[in-house]
Design a protein around this ligand. Structure first.
Ligand SMILES: N[C@@H](CCC(=O)N[C@@H](CS)C(=O)NCC(=O)O)C(=O)O
Length: 292
């Protein structure tokens, strides 16, 4: 039996199939990249007959989102590998070549997608106003032959536990929330002046940052309301990152390029300084733990 949103395998109209979900953090990175790179794609959840019969084994038996299937049948799993693949094929259009901008782009790539999991998970799973949306989407990517491990209730439970595991335990919640709201304000000041992190076009860093800022922090009702309150320009950047056109506001006086002379704007340095409060000690602690 095929589901209503079933992909049709090789007879599908578009060249790329993106297996993902509007609810998925890492799908947000790949989706935004494909949109900005002008690649036609079709997005379906990783539960279709074609996914089960053909794609799953080529994805190493992992059902994780995002996974893409190309026109020639090649399958790429993991949002970083997907972006890297297209960057390589297209001639690195979203990789800044100057040293500071290249480093800052990579910093935002890792911080946005991995370093911001704590506020992303906290604001998704700890606020009941998000539940209708989560309940709407979650069953869409439960495989038809799901074991007990794949039930929505089981998935919800694991995700709530992950908030604690990521450090958003009760006593830390005020800090997690105040750091995030302050980050929104800092990002807001930046995006008021610049449409993207490094000027007039998105970089790899923008695609990392959109991972946490789209599905979780920019779309779930509770954290989205924080964007209306503290970060209208961030909200607009989230929308911009999901549009083909540059989508500048009237105040954005830049070319559709990265800033000249390897400039890192002051507003972005202030964002990085703020992120460092959390991310530097966490990275050092992770490093020490891993080395043990
Ligand atoms: N490093 C991976 C992480 C992907 C990931 O964790 N995806 C989540 C949804 S956002 C998922 O599919 N989890 C289920 C699984 O990994 O089996 C990437 O960047 O694509």
């Amino acid at each position: 039996m095929r589901r209503a949103n079933e992909d049709k395998g090789e007879d599908k109209g578009s060249h790329v199939t993106l297996y993902g979900s509007p609810l998925s953090l890492f799908t947000g990175r790949a989706r935004s990249y494909l949109i900005k790179a002008g690649i036609t794609f079709r997005e379906v959840p990783p539960v279709t007959d074609h996914f089960n019969d053909v794609v799953l084994s080529l994805a190493g038996g992992r059902r994780s989102m995002p996974t893409v299937e190309l026109a020639d049948g090649q399958v790429i799993r993991d949002s970083v590998a997907i972006v890297d693949h297209f960057e390589s094929v297209l001639g690195q259009p979203f990789t800044p070549v100057t040293p500071k901008q290249c480093a800052v782009s990579l910093l935002f790539d890792v911080i946005g997608a991995e370093g911001m999991l704590r506020p992303a998970m906290h604001y998704r799973w700890r606020f009941p106003e998000n539940d209708p949306l989560l309940n709407h989407h979650f069953p869409e990517f439960i495989p038809q032959d799901a074991s007990i491990d794949f039930t929505a209730a089981g998935g919800f439970q694991r995700m709530k536990q992950a908030c604690d595991d990521l450090g958003a335990i009760e006593e830390n919640v005020p800090l997690v929330e105040s750091l995030y709201v302050r980050l929104l304000e800092k990002l807001n000041a930046h995006f008021a002046l610049y449409p993207y992190l490094l000027g007039g076009k998105p970089s790899i860093g923008d695609f990392g940052l959109i991972a946490s800022m789209y599905a979780h922090l920019g779309r779930d009702p509770k954290p989205r309301s924080l964007m209306y309150e503290h970060g209208i320009h961030v909200l607009r950047w989230v929308e911009r990152m999901n549009r083909h056109d540059p989508d500048f506001s009237a105040a954005h006086a830049v070319d559709e390029e990265y800033l000249v002379d390897d400039e890192i704007p002051t507003t972005l340095i202030e964002v990085l300084q703020h992120l460092a409060i959390d991310f530097v000690p966490e990275t050092e602690a992770a490093c020490a733990q891993i080395n043990e």
